[in-house]
Design a protein. Sequence first.
Length: 176
Amino acid sequence: MANATWNFDLSHSDIAFKVRHMMFAKVSGRFTNWTGTLEFDPENPGDATTSVSIETASIDTANNDRDNHLRSGDFFDAETFPTLEFKSTGFKTEGKKLLVEGNLTIRDQTHPVTLDAEFLGKVVDPWGNDRVGFSATTIINRKEFGLTWNQAMEAGGVLVGEKIEIEINVQAVKAG
């Protein structure tokens, strides 16, 4: 079987993140608008390819002031850099586990990342559509992508951690 085209079902998918705040707590957020492509064969996942484009301005941390700061030049600079981009360069399989290697671009800075992923399976939904599911995680250092803003805390440490934990959960529907 050859790779088929699968469309991401955004109503059943999310791209979320967590970052340390004030050195002891974590703040969570997500991106609400994104698109992408997936070429995938459930019988041979190692030959898959994917690319995702995320609207920077769609960041949502449930706090408007923080979201606006993250959209500003201090962080994503959403006006100048309207998207974050991920393009896979390879899929490696170990049973249901996948290592998805690719290039992540934030603020025109591109670095390789590896997603620890799991192929969750394939089902036929109640309307006769083939669906596949995946979950994936990775950790990046935001400073590598030019996200360097921070503020020293009076008692020591900094306001925003450097490591960003990313969690992705997706369902995709086989195209026509």
